[in-house]
Design a binder for this molecule. Structure first.
Ligand SMILES: [Zn+2]
Ligand SMILES: [Zn+2]
Length: 127
């Protein structure tokens, strides 16, 4: 089995057609826009992303390393955000959760701090 030539298509943001991309990490074909029309930047199956936007400078990033989901943040509106961290340069990003994101992974991330508290929970039992 020969490797297909890795020809990266030029991604122009001016075209508004429905695009797909293959997840670099689990291989799933992902549509660029979620069902509700929001721009999707992470894979719904493994929730991983790629560092292609420089969120500090505001432009495209040359990093292109893997961004792994590390935490959930809840906005005042009640919406969930996924916090991603780049494995190479440690940049942090937050992205809205899509309706078809892997809910098991989301919940696992959300309860992780409660499952592994950095202080003894017995303290609260004495209150
Ligand atoms: Zn994936
Ligand atoms: Zn990076």
């Amino acid at each position: 089995m020969s490797n297909p030539a890795n020809t990266a298509p030029s991604t122009s943001r001016s075209t508004s057609k429905i695009d797909t991309f293959a997840c670099e990490w689990c291989g799933l074909t992902v549509s660029t826009f979620a069902a509700d029309g929001t721009l999707r930047n992470h894979c719904p199956a493994c929730l991983r992303s790629q560092h292609i936007t420089d969120h500090v400078e505001g432009g495209p990033s040359q990093c292109r390393a893997r961004m792994t989901p590390i935490a959930i943040a809840v906005l005042r509106t009640g919406d969930w955000m996924v916090i991603h961290r780049c494995v190479r340069c440690d940049e942090l990003t937050s992205n809205p959760v899509c309706t078809d994101d892997n809910q098991l992974l989301l919940l696992r991330m959300a309860v992780r701090p409660l499952a592994q508290p950095p202080f003894p929970l017995e303290t609260f039992g004495a209150l």
